[in-house]
Design a binder for this molecule. Structure first.
Ligand SMILES: [Zn+2]
Length: 355
């Protein structure tokens, strides 16, 4: 997996778990959020009972939304949250169920990635004084000191939102769309009524920053400056259309806003404010053509991530890597032709390595 090639950082190792790991349930996300919380604690050995209190809390929050947390019909463990909600069992019984059934595969599967070994581990399963539990590794505490840790918490939640919605909808043909005004991602689901009239239902997913940031490794798409996806900070990222559309450079009469599908996830990147709208910012300029390769790389990361981003990228840009590359290049060239200007923007300065 290219994502981890030449980049053995603790952040990328941890991100690859929730961005690329296979999911038949959302347990990995609950465990990732649990580890995030535990990284701030002052101890390394955590019993299964203690782990349950965090883990069940996160899962309960998500089961309450009514979205499916598992890609099959029934789970005794998940059912216990429903029973608790109806008042049929106590929270203590939920805890017992979590400790005995909730960690069946997730502790072993957590670090597992498709086709590649994770360079880092963040905990180990142990039995200590006859108590089952995990030992947190130094790696986890080091993550807590890094500048991406708060982003990572948001990213896990964003990824979780996408996957649980995909489990719930079960229709792989649903496409992730972008609402520019709200800066959120959503799905559009066609609904046919009894008179065979089709209407569309909009299903809200998540803020657009959350699922995009991890695939750029928390860096500005253009200049690699560290960015944040928390709102209101100095380095809060902008959501940028790589190929811009909101500009007089394109005739809006000939070219309706969405004619080229420029609001597709494939064309959305996170950028620092300086690059997007600083003194020598990109604004509505078309970027240098060399940057297309970076966009293709980022998009191939989205393709590796499974539902529903993978399906969306395939629908929007093509089935094979070659088709997708051609699609993007064709749109770039088309936009360049229709542009009144031959100026092509690039960042003045770079602040790190590519992703
Ligand atoms: Zn930048």
């Amino acid at each position: 997996m290219n994502y981890l090639e030449n980049d053995h950082s603790l952040e990328s190792g941890f991100r690859s778990i929730y961005l690329f790991g296979r999911n038949t349930s959302t347990y990995k996300f609950a465990l990732a959020k649990t580890l995030h919380e535990l990284s701030k604690a002052n101890k390394t050995f955590i019993t299964l009972e203690e782990l349950s209190t965090y883990y069940a809390k996160y899962l309960y929050e998500h089961t309450k939304t009514g979205k499916k947390q598992i890609n099959m019909s029934k789970s005794l463990f998940l059912n216990s949250f429903e029973l608790y909600d109806k008042g049929n069992i106590s929270w203590e019984q939920v805890m017992n169920m979590t400790t005995s059934k909730g960690f069946k595969d997730v502790l072993d599967a957590f670090h597992r990635l498709p086709n590649v070994e994770n360079p880092h581990i963040y905990f180990e399963k142990v039995i200590h004084n006859k108590q089952k539990g995990i030992v947190l590794t130094d790696n986890l505490f080091l993550l807590n000191e890094g500048n991406q840790w708060e982003n990572i918490q948001e990213e896990i939640e964003g990824r979780w939102n996408l996957v649980e919605t995909a489990f719930t909808q079960k229709n792989p043909k649903l496409e992730v769309n972008y609402d520019e005004e709200l800066q959120r991602l959503f799905l559009v689901k066609p609904i046919t009524n009894q008179n065979f009239m089709t209407s569309h239902m909009r299903i809200d997913l998540t803020s657009a920053r959350k699922p995009l940031n991890g695939y750029q490794k928390g860096k500005c798409f253009y200049c690699f400056r560290p960015i944040s996806i928390l709102s209101g900070l100095e380095n809060t990222s902008d959501i940028d259309h790589f190929i811009p559309f909101n500009t007089q450079a394109y005739s809006s009469i000939v070219l309706g806003k969405d004619d080229l599908g420029l609001n597709g996830v494939w064309n959305l990147v996170l950028s620092c404010k300086e690059c997007n709208r600083g003194s020598s910012g990109k604004f509505a300029h078309l970027p240098q053509k060399e940057l297309l390769h970076r966009l293709m790389t980022r998009n191939e990361y989205l393709i590796l991530s499974n539902h529903p981003l993978k399906e969306t990228l395939i629908m929007q840009t093509g089935k094979t890597k070659q088709e997708r590359a051609k699609f993007i290049e064709r749109l770039y060239n088309l936009s360049a032709q229709r542009s009144n200007s031959t100026y092509r923007w690039q960042p003045r300065e770079l602040f790190g390595d590519s992703f």
